[in-house]
Write a protein that binds this ligand. Structure first.
Ligand code: TNX
Length: 493
């Protein structure tokens, strides 16, 4: 049985299976493959000699320019995994890892490549703080699903979560609060680098967000000169009450310092400047601010991303990416704003809140989670939608991809993050990777649910929590750990 999430583009099943016991692996990423598959890499002379007789897994580069595509040919005596880039080999290894059950990999030929270049998840570190260990754990869950971007929402009214060396007061005085109290926290620049490196080893790019000009109460608490009026530390969950001082020159000197450091710390191509829910900023001021802020962001060499409200500005740097967070049902204002990015030479990331917001309640019984976006949101609802149908008039090429945000007003521990993200994030990952129509064809959800059941083995083996939704026929044999009863490990370090 070929049970892989996200579903590969082309699969032809073969005869027999390959046994992993005693197999060796060679080629680029051999050590990564060895670790993921539990086999040995043929790095030393001794293992190489043994390898002559053992079944082999060969990884190799091919000459094209596919960023993440790969080809997997599995026969009973060898496996060939080829790709143009290391990222493609790594994605192919996730397929191989999912296919391996009881030490055997079914024979098959798989030709695979993603539908969209951008497949993301977002983690809100501002409402509740999460440290390096938790974030790296979350990154590992993304890797299994072939997600290639992790957007970190680093600043909001409740906290500023990244050290800025030229503006030390931001982390020092802006990070001690979070929703409901309990202390908050922040990432040092070394912490951030460690996360970037861990993600890079999984071919995942970090997308840092500094949310502007609203959602800035914590920054104004740390540096009152940034606001029109003094601000008080805030540990509630309301949005839309704060704004930077828009017409003060020093605001933009501050911004250049902050964005310069964030860009320098971030090897990935994107810099997210927020722009959402700036209800305390007048329309004129908002447009003026966004034009200047986006120019400062683009001057760092990064491609700017903004929530769809940023499309209210008609002075965006060419190529600015919009992130749509309206619903999948027609939403005139938000859809128009999404088009504004395309009209200015950019593309759109879809995060339709009614299907892709991982912080929505899963069932009506959930004590945590929000419900404003037509929640609760089932696994089936997360799965049965088609990207090109969300914003009328946006074509396949105008979509950069999809992203599932995980806001943390009600989520405080890594277990809660995992339990809300999984398995709904698997649905978003498949919509981003698999060919058009995969999630909307007749019987698609039943097929998906069968494949999701197979993912549980990996989550159980790594102690990753997931929601045992009744929509999936979970295999009881997969219950390696008592995961269904939520453990309240608090790993906020
Ligand atoms: C809306 S989506 C927000 C966030 C909240 C989230 C809660 C968006 C750009 N802004 O500030 O955390 O809803 O679901």
């Amino acid at each position: 049985m070929i049970r892989v999430v996200p579903a590969p583009a082309h699969v032809v099943a073969g005869e027999g299976s390959f046994g992993l016991a005693g197999a060796t692996v060679s080629g680029p990423l051999a050590h990564v493959a060895a670790e993921l598959l539990g086999v040995s890499a043929t790095a030393t002379a001794a293992t190489a000699a043994k390898a002559a007789k053992a079944a082999t897994i060969r990884l190799a580069h091919t000459g094209g320019d596919s960023a993440e595509g790969y080809r997997l040919v599995i026969s009973p005596d060898r496996i060939d995994l080829t790709a143009d880039a290391d990222a493609g080999l790594f994605r192919g290894l996730q397929t191989l890892r999912q296919l391996a059950t009881d030490g055997r990999v079914p024979a098959a030929t798989i030709d695979d490549a993603p539908r969209f270049a951008y497949r993301g998840a977002m983690l809100d570190l501002a409402r509740h703080f999460f440290g390096v260990a938790d974030i790296c754990r979350f990154v590992d869950a993304l890797a299994l699903l072939k997600i290639n971007h992790l957007h970190l929402h680093l600043t909001d009214d409740q906290g500023w979560r990244l050290e800025i060396r030229s503006r030390p007061e931001l982390a020092r005085a802006g990070s001690t609060t979070q929703v409901g109290g309990g202390g908050g926290g922040f990432l040092t620049q070394d912490d951030y680098r460690a996360i970037v490196a861990h993600a890079a080893s999984r071919f995942i790019a970090i997308v840092p967000e500094i949310d502007l000009p609203g959602h800035t109460n914590a920054a104004i608490v740390a540096d009152p000169a940034l606001g029109e009026a003094p601000a008080q530390p805030y540990e509630g969950v309301e949005v839309g009450f704060s704004s930077l001082a828009i017409r003060r020159g020093s605001t933009y000197a501050w911004l250049a310092d902050v964005l310069g450091e964030v860009a320098a710390l971030t090897p990935g191509p994107y810099l997210h400047l927020g722009g959402d829910e700036s209800h305390a900023t007048s329309d004129d001021d908002f447009r003026y601010f966004i034009a200047r802020a986006a120019a400062i962001g683009a001057a760092t060499g990064k491609t700017v991303i903004g929530w769809h409200e940023m499309g209210r500005s008609r002075d965006l740097p060419p190529g600015t990416v919009g992130q749509y967070w309206g619903f999948t049902t027609p939403q005139e204002g938000a859809a128009e704003l999404a088009h504004s990015f395309v009209e200015q030479g950019g593309r759109v990331i879809l995060s339709p809140a009614d299907v892709a917001y991982l912080d929505m309640k899963r069932t009506g019984d959930d004590e945590r989670g929000l419900d404003w976006a037509n929640g609760p949101t089932s696994l089936r609802q997360s799965y049965e939608w088609e990207p090109t149908a969300v914003v009328p008039g946006l074509t396949e090429d105008e979509l950069l991809g999809v992203e599932a945000p995980l806001w943390t007003e009600t989520l405080e521990t890594i277990d809660q993050l995992e339990g809300f993200a999984l398995p709904r994030l698997a649905a978003i990952a498949e919509i981003g990777w698999s060919p058009r129509g995969t999630s909307t064809a007749d019987g698609a959800f039943d097929d998906f649910a069968t494949r999701v059941a197979a993912l549980a083995r990996h989550w159980e083996a790594t102690g990753t929590l997931y929601w045992r939704t009744p929509e999936v026929a979970w295999h009881s044999a997969d219950r390696l750990t008592p995961a269904a009863a939520p453990r309240e490990r608090d790993r906020r370090d």
